[in-house]
Write a protein that binds this ligand. Structure first.
Ligand code: PMP
Length: 443
């Protein structure tokens, strides 16, 4: 298998493989919150298989829902036809989403959900006759996916540069992350300088901005950058005041990750467009959704000749198997009171993490629910990072593997996103492994 993988598979980010002792880790099975490799060794899945897996692997109720649906139909197109799980799921998603989001547009990954939101926002203003509204405000460092539209609204230069001529026009607002902020130390001291910067962009580009795109509460792939409370609410007020749509990307934060079903709920914010993916099927099958309001949906109604149609419809849109898995996922949230039971787990992580400050290399610890980032630096007093070539974050994650825990870093931010199904004891044990790995590698 390793030979076949090496010979034939093009891994994302050009063969970014993590070899340990000259071996690529090949996963053969999953069991609860553990992954099992081809030699039978079990590892904790400490990043929920890229932030997706909510209730553990081989969760009986999800497996069964997929099997039951297989006995009916695996796939049928949504172009001109409806299917039962997709319609049932849309109703459920509208019920749990922030108020005002009334329509569900399906796709198959976080990137496509964002792509759709961006295209909808753009076309909406064209249909409304406000044809100058073409630009997007996005946050520096943001990651919203890797299709052309979603790359456009990202803030990572490395992803942008080569595709620059193809992208939507954007202006960048500073990332609202106090630890890395150059505008001030805390919102109390700086008067929310990051929000003031957004208002300045809205004023400078008045009448030209279609939408602002934000991840709520935490910029995940940017390095688990937790926003100061009140940021999202303030940004929402500004977008309303300036007549700009707000796109909230809940791809990473949705489905319980931050302690509520959606992160928007912490701030009482209802956006104009909201994206969800990753945890939507509990991490079982590819599915995503872009939710929007009556106001936006209605603008697209009319005969094709009126050129109002939203031209976007992937082959696997609204796939019944994936929608059946998503319905089972939501039933588990309800039946097992997943959100209600998160409190002690989040607190256990917080308690354990407090001890990490003792480690000389730990410069910052950021936690929002069970989204956790531990930032390593060579000198935390002066905030001097490690030389990138040392790959400290990567080395820590390779070390945790030796101790039976799989995690992935974001640069020198060690990311911990365990399945929500992890018990308090399992969370503590995984954090003990991370502590030990950081201590040993950075010693
Ligand atoms: N938005 C956010 C906030 C994400 O974290 C990600 C993936 N990490 C995406 C979009 C893209 O999702 P996908 O990888 O499923 O395309």
């Amino acid at each position: 298998i390793e030979r076949k993988d090496k010979t034939y598979v093009w891994h994302p980010f050009t063969q970014m493989q993590d070899w340990v002792e000259n071996k690529q880790l090949v996963i053969a099975a999953g069991d609860g919150i553990k992954l099992i490799d081809i030699d039978g060794k079990a590892y904790y899945d400490g990043v929920s298989s890229l932030w997706l897996n909510v209730h553990g692997h081989r969760k009986a109720a999800i497996d069964q829902a997929i099997i039951d649906q297989l006995g009916k139909i695996a796939h049928t197109t949504m172009l001109g036809l409806a299917n039962i799980p997709a319609a049932e799921l849309a109703e459920q998603l509208v019920k749990i989403a922030p108020p005002g989001l009334t329509r569900v547009f399906y796709s198959d990954s976080g990137s496509t959900a964002v792509e759709i939101a961006v295209k909808m926002a753009y076309q909406y203003w064209q249909l409304k006759g406000q044809t100058q509204k073409k630009k997007f405000i996005t946050l520096t460092n943001a990651y919203h996916g890797d299709t052309v539209g979603s790359v456009s609204v990202g803030g990572i230069d490395l992803f942008h540069r080569i595709f620059a001529p193809l992208l939507f026009e954007t202006v960048h607002a500073p990332s609202p992350s106090c630890f890395h902020c150059t505008l001030g130390d805390s919102p109390a001291a700086c008067g929310f300088a990051c929000v003031v910067a957004v208002e300045k962009l809205l004023a400078d580009h008045h009448g030209e901005i279609a939408a602002m795109v934000v991840e709520p509460l935490v910029q995940g792939a940017a390095g688990m950058l937790v926003q100061p409370p009140g940021y999202l609410r303030r940004v929402r007020e500004l977008t309303q005041r300036y007549g700009v749509l707000l796109i909230v990307d809940e791809v990473a934060t949705g489905f319980g990750r931050t302690g509520r079903m959606f992160a928007c709920e912490h701030e009482g914010v209802s956006p104009d467009l909201m994206t969800m993916a990753k945890g939507i099927t509990g991490g079982y099958l590819p599915l995503a959704a872009t939710l929007t309001t009556d106001e936006i949906y209605n603008a697209f109604l009319g005969p094709v000749e009126a050129q109002k149609t939203f031209f976007h419809g992937h082959s696997y849109t609204g796939n019944p198997l994936a929608c059946a898995a998503a319905l089972a996922n939501l039933r588990i949230f309800r039946d097992e009171q997943v959100i209600e039971n998160l409190g002690p787990k989040i607190e256990a992580a917080r308690r354990k993490l407090a001890a990490f400050w003792q480690l000389a290399a730990v410069a910052d610890i950021r936690q929002c629910g069970l989204m956790i980032g531990i930032e390593l630096m060579q000198d935390k007093a002066t905030k001097q990072p490690y030389p990138p070539a040392w790959r400290m974050g990567h080395r820590v994650c390779m070390k945790t593997r030796e101790y039976g825990l799989i995690i992935r870093p974001l640069g020198d931010v060690v990311v911990f996103m365990p399945p929500l199904a992890s018990t308090v004891e399992e969370i503590e044990e995984m954090l003990d492994i991370i502590y030990r790995a950081i201590a040993e590698v950075t010693n």
